[in-house]
Design a protein around this ligand. Sequence first.
Ligand SMILES: [Zn+2]
Length: 240
Amino acid sequence: MKNLYMNHLSLLNNFFYAFFILLTISGCTNNEGNRYHITNNYNKEAITYFTQVGFNEKGTLKKWQNDMTVSVIGKYDRNDLKSIDEFIKVFNGLSGNIKMKRKENGGNIIINFGEDKMFNPKGYVGLCSARSPFFFSNEISSAKILIAPILGAKQKRRTIHHELLHAIGLKHAIGLDGVKTEYKSYNMMGVNGYESIDDYEKQTQDIQNSELDKWAISILYDSSIKPGLKKSDFIKSIKK
Ligand SMILES: [Zn+2]
C-alpha cells in the first residue's frame, strides 16, 4: 500500500516536472531576449550603426524571408540598371541565404523611374515603401521604390542604393536618444534628410562604399537575427 502511494506520488512529481519544463520552454520562445544571441562577431562601430538603422520607429526589426526580385519601370537608362546590379552584387555577397536578382517583369521590388504624385505627393527625390504580407507581420514581402528623373547620374546612383537599403529593411539613423547623428553622408542611412536638391547635391559628392552600410546588411541578414526582434533585446544581448 505504501509502495503504491509512493509510485503515485513520483508519477505526480514527474507530471509536474514535465509541466515545468514545458512552461520553461514556452517561456523561452516567448522571450527573444533570453533566447537570442548573435553568433557572429561584429565590431562596436558596426553594432552602434546597426542599432540606429536596423529598427523601425517602434523599435522592431523587419526583414525579408524570401528571395527578392527587382523589376524596373518608367524612364530608366543603362546606368540605372548598372547601379541596381552593383547593389545586388554587394547585397548577395553579404546576405547569407536570402538572395536578390533582377527580373524582367513582376518582381517583388518595383523601381519606378518617373513621377507618381499619388505615391510621392511631397516630391521627394527618392521614396520607398516596404510592405508586409499582413498587418502584424515583421516580414517584408514586397517593396515599391520611386526615383525622381531630375537627379544627376551620381545622385541617382546614390538614391537607388539608398532606397534599396530601405527595401531590404534598413531605416535612417535617428541618433541615440533622438539626437541628430554625426554620420558622414556617404553612409547611406546615416542622414535624416536634406533641405533641398542643391543641399543634397552638395552633401553627397563624397561617394564611397560605406563599410557601415555593408556591415548593416550583414547583421540584418545574419540568420541568428529574426524578424520581429526588438531593439531593446538586441542591445541587451550585445551587453552580455
Ligand atoms: Zn531614406
